[in-house]
Design a protein around this ligand. Structure first.
Ligand SMILES: [Zn+2]
Length: 442
């Protein structure tokens, strides 16, 4: 326990020391000038925000970087100070509840990942020759001052200036690419609301390869020497996209980019409107292909329809895992039913000490959350039948596109939408640790 921070807010108990519920961001305009050779960042963030209650101070998350100038509505605050991974801005006069305000923060330094005792490191990270930003769940403050809570969605404008021989990929649509003497400035606009942890910057010596015949604009950003393994893992993404659109409704963003880094990465990662994979995922192994489907599915389940609290992580990972099984079935592999039986048998052999609707921060990315979450959906599917199940998923997305959700809302929505009393089913799968039997197929 770090006592010196004890009076600073925590928005979500799964991420102590992050986020401030007393204000909300509406728009982040980030302008980053990044020196790849020296890992040096000089940046400015302009944050349009609103006071949720009367504010005498504004607490931001900013880790490992130094704020050098702060203004509130264009004027100097009473003071500002770094306190650990927070930036505390003390106002000259209180802001009343409901008031809009604009924070401007000039900042810089040598960005590096932030280490969390449960989640390891996350955030801005140098590659052999480039940068990735892996924000989930606590990495956003490593590269911009923010209100780091998952329910505080905002639009973003992200501008990055970097050496001209690199490609910069970020969230949303490329709005401008401007050439300087030895640099290029890239500006991306993310108009759909986005949680802080889904904001990202990817820098590398990438070639941009658009997909032909994709149902929405799709691009891969890949190293020049990527080989045929790329086609094996990523070649069928347009079909994946078409299948998920058919099942869940319109793709929630304007485009989708798959970044393949020149480095190997342990796990892939979803960001809004793009995903990042290490080159080790360029393979025809099912374990690579299923994760390509998994990350794409997160665009609906996680990025557009986003948990309001980290304890509801199964609403992301269980759904994305289930989409792996749906793609398997669609692409001629084992059926979702086969996968469900297989993983049910496997889970039955493991400790049953995890409550899916509140696994605790140390277990929130435990593989059992993924598999049991997917099994919960399969149990629901067997209970209500295919037609009602898939209609429910599409309606859930349609109702909550761009929004924030909880497990309680899903339970209520599922019961209402299917006209079925699902309380016993959800209690067994979500609130008790013992693994229930799968219901008999209807
Ligand atoms: Zn996932």
């Amino acid at each position: 326990m770090r006592l010196f921070n004890s009076d600073l807010p925590t928005a979500d108990p799964y991420l102590p020391g992050h986020g401030d519920p007393s204000w909300s961001a509406v728009h982040y305009a980030l302008d980053l000038d990044y020196d790849l050779a020296g890992n040096g960042l000089r940046a400015e963030a302009v944050i349009d925000a609103v006071a949720e209650e009367e504010l005498s101070r504004v607490v931001l998350d900013l880790a490992g970087l130094d704020a050098t100038k702060v203004t509130v509505d264009g004027r100097a605050p009473a003071k500002y100070a770094a306190r650990g991974p927070r930036l505390v801005v003390t106002l000259k006069e209180p802001l009343p509840a409901g008031r809009s305000f604009r924070l401007t923060v000039k900042y810089g330094g040598a960005p590096r990942p932030l280490i969390d005792k449960h989640h390891g490191d996350a955030g801005w990270e140098e590659l052999e020759d480039g940068v990735i930003v892996a924000g989930q769940p606590h990495g956003a403050p490593t590269w911009f001052p923010c209100n780091d809570r998952p329910d505080d969605k905002a639009s973003y404008s992200i501008t990055v200036t970097a050496a001209a021989d690199y490609t910069v990929v970020s969230n949303g649509e490329l709005a401008e690419r401007r050439r300087g003497s030895s640099t290029v400035t890239w500006r991306y606009e993310q108009v759909e609301p986005m949680a802080t942890y889904l904001a990202t910057v990817q820098i590398g010596r990438y070639r941009l390869r658009p997909y032909d015949d994709a149902p929405v604009p799709m691009t891969a950003a890949v190293p020049a020497d990527v080989d045929e393994g790329f086609e094996a893992a990523f070649g069928r993404q347009p079909e994946m996209m078409a299948h998920f659109v058919e099942l869940f409704g319109p793709y929630p963003f304007a485009s989708y980019t798959s970044v393949v880094t020149a480095d190997d990465l342990e796990i892939p990662l979803e960001s809004q409107a793009l995903s990042t994979f290490g080159r080790n995922f360029c393979s025809d192994d099912w374990d690579a292909i299923r994760l390509v489907a998994h990350e794409l599915a997160h665009q609906w389940f996680g990025n557009s329809v986003t948990l309001a609290r980290w304890q509801d992580i199964w609403l992301h990972e269980g759904f994305a895992c289930y989409c792996e099984w749906l793609w398997s079935e669609e692409s001629g592999g084992d059926s979702a039913d086969d996968w469900a039986e297989h993983h049910h048998a496997q889970l039955a052999e493991l400790d049953q000490d995890l409550v899916l609707e509140d696994p605790g921060p140390e277990l929130m990315f435990d593989d059992r959350v993924y598999k049991r979450g997917a099994l919960t959906l399969h149990a629901l599917r067997r209970t209500v039948g295919d037609d009602a199940f898939f209609a429910l998923l599409a309606a859930w997305v349609a109702e909550h596109t761009g929004g924030s959700v909880t497990t309680g809302e899903f339970r209520h929505f599922a019961g209402e939408h299917t006209g079925t009393d699902l309380n016993e089913l959800f209690d067994a799968w979500l609130t008790r640790p013992e693994l229930p039997d799968l219901p008999a197929a209807t």
